[in-house]
Design a protein around this ligand. Structure first.
Ligand SMILES: [Zn+2]
Length: 62
């Protein structure tokens, strides 16, 4: 993921797991790893700030 402001490749500042579909037994449970990106360009006004998130679906071992 690139910073939308300066275009430099952003770095991952945080990550956590989240689960969807828990509430209803009819929806399949999905596990996602959510990566938070921040700009690492000191010249950019978004430097050190969150510029986006990416969700990666994880396989759930049965
Ligand atoms: Zn930037």
């Amino acid at each position: 993921m690139n910073c939308p402001k300066c275009g430099m490749e952003a770095m991952i500042s945080a990550s956590h797991n989240t689960v969807t579909g828990d509430a209803s037994p009819e929806t399949p449970t999905k596990l996602f790893r959510v990566l938070t990106f921040q700009c690492r360009n000191p010249q950019c006004e978004k430097f050190g700030k969150e510029v986006g998130q990416q969700r990666l679906e994880q396989k759930i071992e049965q």
